[in-house]
Each structure stands twice: as C-alpha cells, then as structure tokens.
Design a protein around this ligand. Structure first.
Ligand code: ATP
Ligand code: MG
Length: 364
C-alpha cells in the first residue's frame, strides 16, 4: 500500500526548465521525509504539485489516500501547508490571522482563540500578537505563517523550508512542535537546506537536483556515502608529518590526504571519539606534537558537494552550470559566490558513490 504521500513519475516543465523530471516519492504514514536540494532543484514545485496548487504535466500523486489530480478539494481538506513565502494577511493582527485559519477549518470561536493563544506563545509572538502583521519582521512573519499551518493538525503536512530565516530559539521551538505532531501520527514532508534539521526530524531524506531524486536514505546512510568520519590532525612541526602519517595509516580506513603547507593530515576512520583518543595517545607516544586534532563528520556542504557536484567545478569547466535557462545558486555553501553557476554534473558522481542501503537514481 502506498504511503501517506505518494508520487510516481511527476514531471513539470516551465518553458525549457524541467522543474520536475520524473519524481517518485513514498512517505510512510507517521514519518517525516526531509527533502534536500540546492536552489532551483524543484523542491517547491514538488510541494506545490502535492498540495494541489500546481498541475503536473505527467505523473501521479496520492496524498492521504486521495488522488491529487482527481480530487484536489478533498486533498486540501486533509493537508496543512507552510510555504516558503509566508502567506499571512498583512492587515490582520497575528492573533486574528490564526483565529481566521481556525474558523476556516470549522473550529468553534472559543477553540480557535485558545489555539491561537497557544501558538502565539510557542512561537514567541505573544508581545506582537495584537499588532497588524504588516509591522512584523521577516522572521516574525515566517513564525506566524508556521503557526497558521499548525492551527489544526491535519494527517499530512507540507513545510517548505520552514526554518529559513528563523533564529536558533525559534528554530528549536518549531522542531519541538514538529516532533509532537509526528508523535501524534502526522506525516510530514519538509524541505530544508539544513542537514542538521533533516537529521533531527527526518526518518528518511531524499536529495533532489535538476528535478530528479538523486539519492535517498537515512541521514546516516547519506553521511556514510559522503565519506563518513575523518580524523584531522595539524602537527606542530613539518618534520613530524611523516611519523604522523605512519600513525594515522595504522588507524585509517582508506587513503588519507596530507597538506604539507599547513601541516595537516586527514584520514577516513570508523570508531568515533574512542578511536580519536587512541590516535592522540599513539601520536603522543611517538613524540609528535599536535597543534590541533579533531574528528570531522560530514556536513550539509559535504553531502551536497558529493551528491550535487562542486560549485568550483563550474568555474574550471568554463561555467558549464550556467548553460541552463536558470541561474542556479546554492545557499550556505562555502566557496560559492552568490549567483555563481553550479555544475549540473553531480548526479552521475553521486550514482558512482552509491553505498549499501542508499538507493540512487542514476540519470539515464
Ligand atoms: N512559475 C514558474 N515559472 C517558471 N519557472 C519556474 C516557476 N516555478 C519554478 N520555476 C523553475 O523551476 C525550477 C525549480 O524551482 P523550485 O522553486 O521548485 O526550486 P526549489 O528547489 O524550491 O529552490 P529554492 O531552494 O530556491 O527554493 C527553477 O529553475 C525555477 O526557476
Ligand atoms: Mg523552494
């Protein structure tokens, strides 16, 4: 039986741009799917199709057991949506916005008021509750929009980059609310640019690029295929590099790298903090003085670079990433200038790096 969110072969084109190029999804009931992907990957388009806001050119979607194309009205009654761009009524106060949503969902006036007050408190909007939303800051609007999506707890929720622009305290508040919702049985599709967020909340993660799902798996599986853990050591003196190298090889699970100019050695490992302690003891026993040492785990950057291709490659190859109709740009990526085109070649790289347990759709 398909899950609470199911899609098969979704295609959506805008002129020359294939925003969705054959997307399949299957999210089991009561779980969270984290959808990651660079700007322009097709995440919002997927959410809009699944929430009935946009007709796909091809493909099938079933949400909460209802065919999205055949019965969009019924689907709308079973879902909640928080969009990338806050959809609040500027001329109503925060409180009025939330009460209005409650009433749209046929809550009694009393329940709608109570729920509004509760959510305003949770998202730290109590002080601003009775001001019109047009006086709100960007982060405040975002929080109000999220609160609006949470007035009722529908069986299936969609959240498009819910925490972009939120400060750490409010991000945490949202994570808590999401965890409660899911514990209560809600199925959630969440798009995000933050692996940490997907890590905390998502049972499964799919990485989308160029309208295709290029990898899916649990957070651990994706990290493992990205290269897993590494020990990084900076030795104090250049003459110690070769001894340190020998020591690290004894612990390593693959080829390491040496950057002599900064006296830094890196080696892939398994074994976590316990192994790190052993490495330190051994280096010490061999008389190697250490300036810095640490265990490094893959970050969102690493996962993106491994799966979707490195921004720098676009430069080396004469900006081939800019060949498409749309300039693409990745958020939060070190080394990428705003507006810099990103190489589209990554899907194939990702497929080569496939690891057990992670399914990858290689481009035909
Ligand atoms: N209404 C539209 N008209 C024309 N092109 C569109 C439209 N909506 C989306 N696109 C294009 O489709 C592609 C996918 O866009 P989409 O908004 O789904 O990306 P995204 O993954 O949500 O990106 P971001 O991380 O920036 O939010 C982009 O190339 C975008 O320019
Ligand atoms: Mg988007």
């Amino acid at each position: 039986m398909p899950g609470a969110i199911y899609a098969e072969g979704l295609v959506k084109t805008f002129g020359d741009v294939r925003a969705l190029d054959g997307v399949d999804l299957d999210v089991p009931e009561g779980t969270v799917l984290g959808m990651l992907g660079p700007n322009g990957a097709g995440k919002t388009t997927a959410v809009r199709v699944l929430t009935t806001l946009l007709q796909p050119d091809r493909g099938k979607a079933v949400v909460a057991g209802i065919d999205v194309l055949a019965h969009p009205d019924q689907v709308r009654r079973s879902i909640g949506l928080s969009g990338q761009f806050a959809a609040v009524d500027e001329y109503l106060t925060g409180r009025e916005n939330l009460i209005m949503v409650g009433q749209l969902y046929q809550m009694s006036g009393r329940d709608a008021k109570r729920r509004a007050a509760e959510l305003l408190e949770r998202f730290h909007l109590g002080d601003a509750a009775d001001r019109t939303a047009k006086t709100y800051s960007g982060g405040m609007r975002r929080r109000l929009d999220l609160a609006a999506a949470l007035v009722v707890s529908p069986p299936v929720m969609f959240m498009d980059e819910p925490t972009t622009g939120l400060d750490p305290r409010n991000r945490q508040a949202l994570w808590d609310v999401i965890q409660e919702l899911v514990a209560g049985g809600t199925t959630l599709l969440l798009t995000t640019q933050y692996l940490e967020e997907a890590d905390r909340l998502a049972h499964d993660i799919c990485v989308v690029d160029h309208g295709k799902v290029i990898a899916r798996g649990t957070s651990d599986q994706l990290k493992a295929r990205t290269g897993g853990e590494r020990v990084e050591v900076v030795v104090h003196a250049s003459e110690h590099i070769s001894i340190a190298d020998e020591v690290l090889r004894g612990f390593g699970k693959g080829e390491g790298t040496i950057e002599p100019h900064i006296r830094k050695l890196t080696i892939p490992v398994t074994g976590g903090a316990k192994l790190l302690a052993e490495v330190i003891r051994e280096l010490d026993a061999r008389g190697v003085e250490i300036d810095d040492i640490g265990l490094r785990r893959p970050t969102l950057d690493d996962v993106f670079i491994s799966l979707t291709g490195h921004a720098a490659e676009a430069d080396e190859n004469g900006g081939k990433g800019g060949g498409g109709a749309v300039g693409r740009q990745k958020k939060g990526r070190k080394g990428a200038e705003p507006g810099e085109p990103v190489a589209p070649s990554g899907a194939a790289d990702a497929a080569e790096a496939v690891d057990a347990g992670v399914t990858t759709n290689k481009e035909a």
